[in-house]
Design a protein around this ligand. Sequence first.
Ligand code: NAD
Length: 327
Amino acid sequence: MKKISAGIIGFGIGQKHFEAIQNYKKAKVKTICEKNIKKLKYLKKKFPKIKITNRENDIFFDKDINLVSIASYDNYHYSQILKSIKSKKNIIIEKPMCLNLKQLKNIKKLISNSNLKIMSNMVLRVNDLFSNIKKKISKDDIFYIEADYIWGRIKKLFGWRSNINDYSIILGAGIHVIDLVMWMLNKRPHSVLALANNIVTSKTIFKKNSMALIILEFPGNIIAKITANSVAVHEHFHEIKVFTNKKTINNTLKGSFTYTKNNITKNKFSYPDRTNRKKLIHNFIDHIISNKKKLVMSKKEQFDLMSVCLAAEESIKKNKKIKIKYI
Ligand SMILES: NC(=O)c1ccc[n+]([C@@H]2O[C@H](COP(=O)([O-])OP(=O)(O)OC[C@H]3O[C@@H](n4cnc5c(N)ncnc54)[C@H](O)[C@@H]3O)[C@@H](O)[C@H]2O)c1
């Protein structure tokens, strides 16, 4: 069996990566890179057997490491992916993979010329509720989906997200529900119209849009309306409504329900279901160990998703509907 030796960069959400990787099928985290001094000290005490460093090259120059988990701020993702490819390491990348089209094209070119594997942490795909909704509608004709990513964590905007140049609420938050919609439909949209505002944040240090509305048009005239809403006074929530010819399924604060012609039933699936999140990383490790294990999210789906999000940003900038070019 191939031995997995991992390096993790960034120990915010990176802690969840650590918990998923460490000791899964003999996988080990060899090195953690963290640039916050307080965290460095804490990590050294907590994990005396793991190399704790603030130099990312300690991971990239280590020939023993064959998996890099990138959970740094969004603006570091691109260069760290490039370094991972150069040093022949498989990649777990936090969303978003990168911040613009030029970067995306270059990553695709470089990774396609290698035999390395890449995984984006689209955790909603392994969520109990959403994977069961997908099953329930698989034979229906879907005509419309609504998906609201209600972040409910406005404070987070005022840390590193305020400081980096190209931070995008679509790439940084809405991406999760855009993926959910594409995955449920098993289709790629052909065009996107998006609008955004910064009403709630305009007088703060966060100078980008903090709320976006995204309309996707799919083959067969299917329409999706999505919001990336980082400023709502609300708890963190994914409000989803799927309308098919046979039923309507939703996830609301009152619970998740299935409506058919004669019935309303409460869905018993688990949400927010944090316990299943590790499954995505476990699936990726299984896939590295044996190619036969199918990935929850293919490489192509990851690049398609990024193409859609970047086209949505373009639509906001140009104030018009955009035909999506898949790279
Ligand atoms: N998939 C998800 O559900 C999900 C959830 C939260 C965050 N994220 C993504 O994870 C990334 C990190 O976000 P977060 O919420 O964990 O932020 P955070 O501020 O909570 O933690 C990030 C940590 O990474 C460290 N760090 C950042 N850049 C680094 C670098 N270049 N080298 C070493 N250490 C570095 C910081 O010091 C910090 O300790 C972002 O890209 C974010 O979009 C994804």
